[in-house]
Design a protein around this ligand. Sequence first.
Ligand SMILES: Nc1ncnc2c1ncn2[C@@H]1O[C@H](COP(=O)(O)OP(=O)(O)OP(=O)(O)O)[C@@H](O)[C@H]1O
Ligand SMILES: [Mg+2]
Length: 250
Amino acid sequence: MLKISNLTVKANNKEILKDLNLTINDGEIHVLMGPNGIGKSTICKTIFHHPDYEITKGQIIYNETDITNYDTPSIADLGFYLLNQSPIEIEGVSTAELLRSVLSKKTNTKVDIFEFNKKLTNLCTKLNIPKEFVHRDINFNMSGGEKKKMELLHLLILEPKFIILDEIDSGLDVDSIKLVGRTLKEYYDTHKPSILIITHHQDILKYFNDYRVSILQDGKIIQSGDKSLGAQIDMHGFKANIIDRDQENE
Ligand SMILES: Nc1ncnc2c1ncn2[C@@H]1O[C@H](COP(=O)(O)OP(=O)(O)OP(=O)(O)O)[C@@H](O)[C@H]1O
Ligand SMILES: [Mg+2]
């Protein structure tokens, strides 16, 4: 279980998160929504200890271990995987080289290159990615949608236990959304990870039967509910929903 308590975060002297509380249980799918620029990606980067984000208060606990001050490799070693909103390009290392070396470290064995390449080829077919992409520099000169699918391929190879998807759906065409949605659902059904999905749209959520939805505003979670909350936001927008909530509280 991941438990974030009273998390307050600054970047460049600007306070972005303030007393944020968020709990995600084992095997839970949790959807985080909120207007642009409100701090959703900041939560992801803070969990992974990105150096731009300073935690001034609060704690991040994972399975009873305080990981607030863990560095990025240690967070990854725990089985966390972040699919970034804007995946970066890395020149000089191919996707296949990176994944094979990470997998060797993770399993403490020498990964058989023949078997590994066969697995990558199968995943390329499954995700409709050109096979040669895995031997190119990481994400280099790839389109927005191609990068998202490549990062999903990383995920399928590394088999994480806690997955954070920061707008995996942005940049994907309609067919790719279906492919990605079905692939994620299949991964969820077979591995039962916890998943934090950040999205502005409902399309990718159609593939999951059950999930919780939280809304981020003013640096904290202001409302949580079941999947009907996401549908409500989709129909009426954040403003209408927040006004309704305020009236309910009066
Ligand atoms: N390293 C940084 N330095 C200064 N300001 C930052 C930094 N990172 C984020 N911000 C600011 O913090 C706010 C939250 O940014 P963040 O990227 O977390 O928003 P978001 O909710 O993910 O938005 P979107 O839906 O557009 O992706 C924004 O106003 C952004 O400009
Ligand atoms: Mg973002």
